[in-house]
Design a binder for this molecule. Structure first.
Ligand code: BDP
Length: 608
């Protein structure tokens, strides 16, 4: 069952976590014959490629960049004799979108879904004290039975091509770190923690899952390394007087140490950084530690030059510095769960995360962003024969996301879909299953939502009542009535808001996307669309509307930075709605947002 443990890989006195990042051998399976030709025993050619990274942007050949099918990776790893008797795993941070893993020519495991980790148990296959050959085939085809949705077509020359129903490039490969893990036979598999906080006290409820019988010892250390509390047993409640709470931009992390023992022997030790905080919704307020908060921030992407969607620790650092500079306090992991390092950094920096499962493109359209943005009706997506398989994949990804991320203090809400078709009767049963599964899986019972496009209107959407807070993606002034008609856009936007208001939902609303494509090279006075001046006008208009409604409790601009998309008439080498360029330099709008966000208190509208 440990395959199911998605605890972050740590070295402790009983565990080894060895990163296998670096150059791996690499081959493209142009004719889909790798398996037949036994590439699992060793891949052909002499090419090598960095891991983690997307494979697409290194090469100068467009056929490689656009390649759709299987790519193969290979690495020889030495597994020491000292690991014999342990349980040994390979852990992939992500393999986009599906992978088959071989060890020494034998199939060791497989995984579907490209943005969450998985473990492959190799204990019985390893040649201990020897080199072992790891080969992985990674497939990046899109379909309607897994998330994110899209299709794969075949061109007349026989080559396949990806057609995403979403607005980001179909980057793929081994985009996150790979680890060799070893743990003892009786090990800690999972940790659930939840909190209740009041002024001078916190209750920390915990439950530990183990792979065998052992005594469980818990110690809680503060940031000075002093033991603040201790407990025994696989589950229980720790009461902590005058706790240091985890707050926005003022994060305090305790170290929750779990030790499994049998008599005098230590069987396993795992240390989890935790932040004591409570998230709750009360009427139209979102409360953190019983105080109202207002979201300021972004929808983001994992996207940068050269490595594509590959995790880049330098880009991560820069992004957090920019978010702090601009006065942001939050982001949504649009449109997939990000690398685990990003959550750990958010835990340390005190950022709030709306964690999104990779459910994007559940709205059949090759220019989803345009059809969705303008409210052009979509066909019923959920009545298809493919839907049950899609739902299973979606539930599995949701489960993996919650299991992986549930202990991050930064994660304060789950987003279960982005811009799905939600106006057809068939959507409701599909959504209900997601919402109830999220509730069942999360020990902290965090708020759940989904990001709604404009045709999910108060009149037509069948599912918004399921959301604990309403998240709207709105493009008034861009897809709807842009340019000189911006005044009409404001009017139409206010009309929509009045219709929401009339429902008296008594729930918080946030804007999970709003923005305008803007080329960092373009200026014009008076403005025209695509210039930096126009981006500012759109934001000022939208902010005026947000400020007019008390139940609007947050704004997350689209997007943090320009990012790569599929090429097409609507995209100039990518989506240019960034507040920053893809190279992480500010557009003029960044200074406008900085001024606004630095002046909006965390509890903005909190007394309303
Ligand atoms: C929304 C999507 C987002 C797009 C954005 C846009 O959620 O992925 O990139 O609009 O059009 O439809 O810029």
């Amino acid at each position: 069952m440990l395959e199911y443990s998605l605890l972050y890989p740590e070295n402790t006195e009983t565990r080894t976590a060895q990163k296998l990042d670096g150059m791996w051998r690499f081959a493209i399976d142009w004719n889909g014959e790798g398996k037949e030709e036994s590439w699992q025993n060793g891949i052909p050619g002499r090419d090598t490629i960095p891991v983690p990274a997307s494979f697409q942007d290194f090469y100068t050949d467009k056929n490689i960049r656009e390649f759709t099918g299987d790519v193969w990776y290979e690495k020889d790893i030495f597994i020491p004799l000292s690991m014999k008797g342990e349980r040994v795993y390979l852990r992939f941070g992500a393999a986009t979108h599906r992978a088959v893993v071989y060890l020494n020519g034998e199939k060791a495991g497989e995984h579907e879904g490209g943005f969450l980790p998985f473990l492959v148990d190799i204990t019985k296959m390893v040649r201990y004290g020897n080199k072992n050959k790891v080969v992985v085939s990674v497939n990046n085809e899109l379909n309607e039975t897994n998330i994110p949705c899209g299709m794969t077509i075949t061109l007349s020359n026989g080559r396949k091509m990806s057609k995403p129903y979403f607005d980001f490039y179909n980057y793929s490969g081994l985009q996150r770190s790979v680890y060799l893990l070893s743990v003892s036979q009786i090990a800690i598999e999972d940790i659930d923690i939840s909190y209740s906080v009041s002024d001078d006290k916190a209750l920390i409820r915990y439950a530990i899952r183990t792979s065998g019988k052992a005594e469980t010892l818990i110690s809680l250390f503060d940031e000075e390394g002093e033991e603040a509390a201790s407990a025994e047993g696989n589950s229980g409640t720790i009461e902590l007087r005058t706790p240091h709470l985890w707050q926005v931009h003022n994060a305090y992390l305790y170290n929750f140490r779990v030790e499994l023992r049998s008599g005098d022997n230590t069987l396993d030790v795992y240390e989890l950084p935790i932040g004591i905080r409570e998230v709750r919704i009360e009427g139209t307020k979102i409360l953190l530690n019983n105080a109202p908060i207002y979201f300021k921030g972004f929808g983001k992407h994992e996207d940068s030059d050269i490595v594509g969607r590959g995790f880049n620790i330098g880009v991560m650092k820069r992004d957090f510095e920019l978010m702090k500079w601009i006065g942001a306090n939050s982001f949504r992991t649009s449109h997939y769960p990000y690398d685990e390092e990003i959550y750990r950094e958010a835990d340390r920096e005190g950022f709030l995360i709306i964690d999104e499962v990779p459910a994007v493109g559940l709205f059949e359209s090759l220019s989803n962003f345009l059809d969705a943005g303008t409210g052009k009706g979509a066909k019923s997506f959920f009545s298809k024969t493919t839907t049950p398989t899609l739902l299973n994949a979606h539930l599995k990804a949701l489960e993996e996301m919650i299991v992986r991320d549930k202990n991050h203090p930064s994660v304060i809400a789950w987003s279960l879909l982005n811009e799905p078709e939600s106006t057809d009767d068939n959507s409701l049963p599909y959504f209900e299953k997601l919402f109830s599964r999220a509730r069942d899986l999360d020990p902290q019972q965090r708020p759940r939502t989904f990001a709604m496009e404009v045709s999910s209107s108060p009149e037509r959407c069948k599912c918004y009542h399921l959301s604990d807070f309403i998240a709207l993606n709105r493009y008034y002034g861009w897809y709807i009535l842009g340019g000189y008609e911006i005044g009409e856009a404001e009017k139409k936007f206010r009309e929509e808001m009045e219709r929401w208001k009339a429902l008296s939902l008594n729930k918080p609303f946030i804007f999970s996307e709003y923005g305008a494509d803007t080329l960092s090279s373009e200026h014009k006075l008076p403005s025209v669309m695509w210039t930096q001046e126009y981006q500012i006008e759109v934001f000022e208009m939208l902010h005026r509307v947000f400020d007019s409604y008390d139940f609007v409790r947050g704004e997350q601009a689209w997007a943090f930075a320009d990012f790569q998309t599929t090429e097409g008439l609507m995209r100039v080498n990518g989506n240019k709605k960034g507040i920053f360029t893809r190279q992480r330099q500010p557009k003029d709008i960044a200074f406008v947002l900085k001024k606004r966000w630095e002046n909006l208190p965390l509890d903005y509208k909190g007394n309303l």
